[in-house]
Design a protein around this ligand. Sequence first.
Ligand SMILES: NC(=O)c1ccc[n+]([C@@H]2O[C@H](COP(=O)([O-])OP(=O)(O)OC[C@H]3O[C@@H](n4cnc5c(N)ncnc54)[C@H](OP(=O)(O)O)[C@@H]3O)[C@@H](O)[C@H]2O)c1
Length: 338
Amino acid sequence: MKQVYITGYGGPEKLHLREAPDPLPQPGELRIRVRASGINFADILARKGLYPDAPKLPCVVGYEVSGVVDALGAGVAAEWEGREVFALTRFGGYADTVVVPLEQVFDKPAALSHEQAAAIPVNYLTAWQLMVVVGSLSRDEAVLIHNAGSGVGLAAIDIGQHLGATLYGTASAGKHAFLKARGLHHAIDYRGQDWVPELMRLSGGRGVELILDPLGGSHWKKSYRALRHTGRLGMFGISTASESGLIRPLAFLKLALSLPLFNPVSLMNDNRAVFGVNLGHLWHENGKIRPWMEALVGGIAAGWVRPHVDRAFPLAQVGEAQAYIEARKNTGKVVLLS
Ligand SMILES: NC(=O)c1ccc[n+]([C@@H]2O[C@H](COP(=O)([O-])OP(=O)(O)OC[C@H]3O[C@@H](n4cnc5c(N)ncnc54)[C@H](OP(=O)(O)O)[C@@H]3O)[C@@H](O)[C@H]2O)c1
């Protein structure tokens, strides 16, 4: 099989395609011949040495794939052989073959291509947890989706629109027309201006009830201040760490110094809540994740879950694919094809 290894911390040149023997599924596992692998921003942070959850180097990252089952471990029902599936992988998804425990595997809806199916797991489960499970967004509320043009951002637009909420989003200006066509009500250019005054202007000075913030650092302070009373801040990423151009540990130090310190008494008196989401730390909670995925698969059939693949690159061009995302050119998902 072919796998993409991160061989050292640095630029896309640290990604190397290597041959390895085909893995054999162990009891309770099945093997998938991968057609498409999802790229997530965390993979880029891992390559830069800015993702604490990443495996030790050299490593193969990749959180999700779609493909066809071709071998079964002991105890897996024979009916899985040959099925088209999509799956969560932790890690190893940057490959043309993966072995995955059965509980992380889902039937691929026939309406989706493998590219679209590989765009579902991380983006939509993260957005679902942020908006539905913990964020409790309702139709009379407003949400601010930072990085609205990212994979998670587009998933959040789908879910927010389904819930009937008012949707604000920050993104690079070139993406605004597309995001509005997808259902975003108000787009804010957060790179050319401070997004807080613009959000306040657009919301008539009220702010919003829910903010999805993967930027981290000082943005978390600003997001907290932009909440209405009863507002919730969902923190789920540190994209700004990669913006500083610093390597670790300096990048982490800079980030740590800019973090807010939330005071319980202030939270109480402000009638606000803060929470965190890290899907990568929920693997042991499969009993929660599967019903979320069932709801999302129902959304595919109903038409409100619309995975959007911006571009697909061959597995061998993984460096170009990641550089494309780092240059902020993607609107929605970028996938690798095997
Ligand atoms: N905690 C979790 O479980 C979890 C799960 C999934 C994702 N996340 C986080 O959510 C965020 C989005 O992830 P994703 O995989 O959906 O993103 P993605 O599809 O790879 O999109 C990346 C986009 O983010 C924006 N961006 C923000 N800061 C950036 C930077 N420093 N360099 C380059 N682009 C930057 C750019 O769009 P604009 O310039 O238009 O904003 C870029 O196009 C990331 O911070 C990621 O770590 C967290």
